[in-house]
Ligand binder design. Structure first.
Ligand code: FAD
Ligand code: NAP
Length: 275
């Protein structure tokens, strides 16, 4: 594992709320990934020194530095970007994010450059159905932003629905980015209406946003009505990411609607839990 760990430098930071922020880091030349994958980030750069010392057979290496402070992080940026972007929650007493929140431009982080995860569009066998539904809560938006910055996603599906649920309007991050993707990639594929963005805000009324949880919206047909397309076993791929309760409840709702889990490339539903 130590072979894969590199230091990366923080290049920018965007604070959305006291509990949500994004940041970019330098991208090692050799680092490759597929849109939708995640990596492991570490907050203590002195760990690198520890790994290097162990590899060099240095018996004075301080194991106290080797705390387990790595966490899984989905990549927001596209596989073609020069930098790597992440979108993070702050859990005030969380071992990782209580430190990560203090990150400043110029600081170093550890990156395990082995990408993981099967929440990628490559998991689906061809022929592809016409519609792709991407359903996220909170920071679970991250892998979908990466997919939406890959032209192939736009070329492969007739409609892409992105439904993104947050507690409050200020936690609905990246809305301007989503709108610019709609315009930029929509123009590239000659269909500005291809990406249908459905914001959901559950704990305060917000004009233009839906307000119920995803499973209810699906079972009542409100989400399909808002998207203007049906969810159907023959026409739909659905990806879920974020809160594990949302993933479980939404999976059950989708099964009630006749969709099935994707296994060995076949089937509609693919999921990723964040905790
Ligand atoms: C495959 C995968 C990808 C992930 N990608 C991201 C990502 O892109 N951005 C991100 O912020 N986190 C992501 N996570 C979660 C991340 O790995 C850590 O759990 C998170 O950084 C909190 O770490 P912590 O040590 O501070 O708290 P932990 O001890 O890890 O978590 C404490 C509690 O905080 C809550 N929690 C943890 N993560 C989140 C979250 N993202 N949103 C809301 N509540 C949460 C849960 O209730 C959890 O039990 C991902 C997890 C997995 C498994
Ligand atoms: N967000 C904050 O203000 C805040 C502040 C401090 C700490 N935290 C910590 O962060 C974590 C939560 O972060 P978060 O707000 O990003 O995530 P979250 O609780 O997962 O909320 C994000 C969205 O997911 C929805 N959701 C939750 N459970 C669902 C389910 N079973 N089915 C469908 N939708 C569901 C929420 O709706 P509902 O609103 O209906 O739940 C909300 O719209 C918690 O561990 C909390 O302790 C959050």
């Amino acid at each position: 594992m130590s072979d894969n760990i590199q230091t990366v430098t923080v290049l920018s930071k965007t604070t959305w709320t006291p509990n949500l922020f994004s940041f970019t880091v330098s991208r090692p030349d050799s680092f490759k990934f597929t849109a939708g994958q995640f990596v492991r980030l570490g907050v203590n750069p002195s760990q690198l020194k520890y790994y290097q010392q162990i590899e060099a057979g240095d018996e004075t290496a301080d194991s106290a530095l080797n705390e387990d402070v790595f966490r899984a992080y989905s990549i927001v940026s596209s596989p073609f970007d020069e930098v790597i972007e992440f979108f993070s929650i702050v859990i005030p007493d969380g071992a990782f994010t209580s430190q990560l929140q203090h990150l400043q431009v110029g600081d170093e982080l550890l990156l395990n450059t082995m990408p993981f995860g099967f929440l990628t569009l490559a998991r689906y066998q061809k022929p592809l159905p016409k519609d792709l539904w991407l359903l996220a809560t909170g920071t679970g938006l991250a892998p979908f932003l990466s997919m939406l910055q890959d032209l192939k996603t736009w070329e492969d599906y007739e409609h892409i629905v992105l439904a993104y649920s947050a507690r409050s309007l200020d936690e609905l991050a990246y809305v301007e980015k989503i709108e610019s993707l709609q315009e930029d990639f929509g123009t590239l594929v000659d269909n500005p209406a291809k990406l249908i963005f459905i914001p959901i805000v559950t704990r305060e009324p917000v004009e233009g946003a839906l307000s119920e949880r995803l499973p209810k919206l699906l079972l009542e047909g409100t989400l399909q009505e808002r998207a203007g397309i049906a969810l159907d076993i023959d026409t739909t791929h659905v990806m879920l990411c974020g809160n594990p309760d949302m993933v479980e409840d939404t999976k059950e709702a989708l099964k009630t609607l006749g969709l099935v889990m994707n296994r060995r490339g076949e089937g509609n539903i693919a999921v990723e839990n964040y905790w």
